[in-house]
Design a protein around this ligand. Structure first.
Ligand SMILES: NC(=O)c1ccc[n+]([C@@H]2O[C@H](COP(=O)([O-])OP(=O)(O)OC[C@H]3O[C@@H](n4cnc5c(N)ncnc54)[C@H](O)[C@@H]3O)[C@@H](O)[C@H]2O)c1
Length: 340
């Protein structure tokens, strides 16, 4: 399956198929693969024909220092304006490759082969890329679209358990925000079902891609609608910072706090939070954390979305219907205190 999506910043080909069969046709001329070292280690025969710049795994690789090192490496390999860069890996690699390609010689074409569930349903899509500065995530970056994204679910066969639940946190996020039917489908299944059922997994990924694209096409530069994708990420970010939680775990807890806020501020039925708790547990995500409310609120106040006493916050009216609302820190504090 293959289709194109037109964004204000360019057209992206979405290709669902095999890496070895599809990639050659997507990269005219010279190409360099910027690839996660775990992936190159796991798939040596698949990648052996390509020129590869390897990047060790881990979030710390999303740095300006690594961008500098890769730039020098590309220069040595005589990478020129017409060379294609292809990021092969999880979100760390797609963010890094997209950023590097956007600034290398003022921009070269690039594509992605996401190899984690999270990168397939979220990180590779939408054109946002960048690196971290100190403790500030994604602080420098660009919005530029890849020429293609190639989805080959075979890569997921080697994905560690923890990365599956991280990815599912974002899948559940899309269901909460936009798709009641998807929420109900997820309720009937679990991670093992999707791991063992390739057709259902592919369908699920395609649906998430479609949902994210609808939002990004409407607001590529993140001035309105795209903010909805921050559902669960406001408190989630604070939990991630304070407790060094995996991103998916932090988002799971953040979504629960957002539901608690939504009960008072958006009329969300009280049964939803119970359903969401059960769903998150089904996908091996946490629903409890011993946090200090004041510390969480202090982090929120320092967050870049700050607006004096309140914050732009994503609330649910019902499963599948979300809204952006200005919510005071006082209300969030109460929700954090009353969540159990
Ligand atoms: N640009 C965006 O819109 C956007 C959206 C969401 C997240 N992100 C970014 O994505 C990053 C997180 O992405 P991630 O969760 O994919 O993390 P990641 O890239 O660190 O990958 C997670 C782990 O999985 C390993 N891995 C990758 N593919 C594998 C495979 N097929 N088999 C076995 N192991 C494999 C990696 O080596 C790594 O250890 C964060 O930096 C986040 O900021 C960006």
């Amino acid at each position: 399956m293959r289709y194109a999506v037109n964004f204000p910043g360019g057209t992206v080909q979405y290709v669902f198929g095999s890496f070895s069969e599809s990639l050659p046709g997507l990269i005219p001329g010279q190409a360099v693969l910027i690839a996660d070292q775990n992936v190159t280690g796991l798939y040596p025969s698949l990648l052996k024909e390509y020129t590869i710049a390897q990047v060790p795994p881990r979030e710390e690789q999303k740095s300006l220092a690594v961008v500098g090192t890769l730039t020098e490496q590309l220069l040595t390999q005589q990478v020129h304006r017409k060379t294609f860069l292809v990021g092969v890996g999880g979100g760390v690699i797609t963010d890094l490759t997209g950023f590097l390609a956007s600034i290398y010689m003022r921009g070269v074409s690039f594509g992605f082969v996401p190899t984690t569930l999270l990168a397939m349903v979220d990180a590779a899509i939408g054109g946002k890329n960048g690196v971290n500065i100190g403790g500030h995530k994604n602080f420098v970056g660009t919005i530029s679209q890849p020429k293609f994204i190639l989805f080959d679910t075979q890569f997921l066969k080697t994905l560690p358990d923890a990365e599956w639940s991280n990815g599912f946190a974002e899948v559940i996020k899309y269901a909460c925000l936009f798709d009641k039917t998807l929420f109900e489908e997820l309720e009937l299944r679990d991670i093992n079902y999707y791991r063992q059922n390739e057709m259902a997994l592919s369908k699920l990924i395609k649906r998430c891609v479609e949902l994210k694209n609808i939002v990004v096409v409407g607001d590529e530069r993140d001035t309105g609608l795209r903010k909805l994708l921050n559902f669960g990420h406001t408190a989630g970010h604070a939990f991630e910072t304070l407790h060094q939680l995996p991103h998916g775990h932090a988002v799971a807890l953040g979504m629960l706090i957002a539901c608690r806020v939504s009960e008072d501020e958006a009329g969300l039925d009280k049964t939803v939070i119970q359903r969401l708790k059960k769903l998150l547990q089904q996908y091996e995500l946490p629903v409890q954390l011993a946090y200090d409310t004041d510390s969480v609120v202090n982090i929120l106040k320092m967050d870049k979305k700050r607006n004096e006493q309140a914050v732009d916050y994503i609330v649910l009216r019902e499963v599948g219907k979300a809204a952006i609302k200005t919510i005071s820190f006082e209300v969030i504090q109460k929700a954090l205190e009353s969540y159990e």
